[in-house]
Unconditional design. Structure first.
Length: 344
């Protein structure tokens, strides 16, 4: 409950700041293009706002940012709680900033839609990266639906790119559909794993193995090294059983110690190799266009659905038909047809 209230206070505070400051699209755009972090923060708050007066502005801002966006590598990172995601992002992100890169860390956290408090992409989880001038960390937006979180995150990517962030890390804990959603907005998808006791493949969702461009076994340190080697072999073997991916990339299995900053450079080099391969075979651009098209079509579906259910005649007829379906007076299909056709 306390967490819920805190988050609410935080959002209200952000909106208040937004109201006080210059909210013109031009002002925000100028700030963004200069790489001003506070302008970026305000721009994200604007697109996260559900106020009707903010919607038009945020749409204009995103449209104007598009020509400055796209110049980045978008990396999805997933793994169960405790696998070391935040420790990894802290280490990986710091490595990148040392190479002179600007890193943005975003999160897609479906639980935030229920608790209004996010457990991911939290600044307190990545203390040193949060203080780094070249890094920008934003917790998962709160929304009533995963669709809402998705849309806001996708638009946030565009804002971050316009602000000059050339590496975007998107973290998710992989509850429900969130892995698929993150996969649909990134170039490279990384699955963090732990070495178990020889039963690595148990409990791992098939879909997620197929989505992964790399599996990285974390906590490769201390007494764990032998287990990590075994896990690496097992995952490599399992990956070989999958058909080749359309991106022409053979998924790799690496290991690292996020805690001791070991193996981090090799992971970045692998991602660079991936980018090179997929740019050469044109998959990189093709995939992004495909993602945009899907994003557009999904939004059309969502909006149609929203409009449909908001209609008062539809609401009434739905209320009448539901008990009839329940009592088997009409078939579900006939009832659906009746409902849809009533609007024509
Ligand atoms: P998350 O829930 O996936 O974000 O996991 P955290 O990054 O919070 O890490 C969970 C725990 O594992 C913490 O106690 C970390 O210190 C520890 N941890 C993370 N990475 C490593 C690692 O590479 N080696 C070891 N030994 N511990 C690690």
């Amino acid at each position: 409950m306390k967490k819920e209230e805190n988050k609410k206070d935080f959002t209200t505070k952000r909106l208040k700041t937004l109201r006080k400051k210059d909210l013109s699209v031009q002002g925000l755009l100028d700030g963004l293009l200069k790489g001003d972090k506070s302008a970026l923060g305000q721009a994200i708050t604007l697109i996260e706002s559900t106020k009707v007066s903010h919607l038009k502005k945020s749409e204009e801002l995103i449209t104007r940012c598009l020509r400055y966006a796209g110049n980045s590598v978008r990396i999805g990172i997933t793994g169960v709680p405790g696998v070391g995601k935040s420790t990894f992002i802290e280490s990986f992100g710091s490595h990148l900033t040392k190479l002179g890169k600007k890193v943005a860390v975003l999160a897609v956290d479906p639980s935030s839609s229920f608790t209004k408090g996010s457990i991911l992409g939290d600044k307190t989880r990545m203390e040193s990266l949060a203080k780094n001038a070249s890094a920008f960390i934003r917790p998962s937006p709160a929304s009533d639906s995963l669709g809402g979180v998705t849309r806001k995150t996708r638009e946030t990517i565009i804002l971050c790119e316009a602000a000059g962030y050339e590496t975007i890390l998107i973290e998710t804990v992989g509850v429900g559909q969130s892995e698929t959603v993150v996969h649909s907005m990134v170039d490279f998808f990384l699955l963090l794993k732990l070495a178990g006791a020889g039963d690595e493949l148990q409990g791992i969702k098939r879909g997620i193995m197929e989505m992964a461009d790399a599996i990285v076994i974390n906590k490769a340190d201390g007494n764990n090294l032998k287990n990590v080697k075994l896990a690496q072999t097992e995952f490599s073997r399992a990956l070989h059983l999958y058909p080749p991916k359309p991106n022409g990339w053979a998924p790799q299995v690496l290991s690292c110690s996020a805690l001791e900053n070991k193996g981090i450079e090799a992971i970045w080099n692998m991602i660079l190799e991936f980018v090179k391969t997929t740019q050469q075979n044109s998959y990189f651009e093709k995939n992004r266009s495909e993602q945009n098209k899907n994003w557009f079509l999904q939004t059309v579906e969502q909006l149609l659905k929203q409009q449909f259910y908001q209609d008062s005649d539809t609401k009434q007829l739905l209320k009448k038909l539901l008990p009839e379906v329940e009592l088997n007076k009409i078939s579900p299909f006939a009832a659906a047809n009746k409902l849809i056709n009533a609007r024509k």
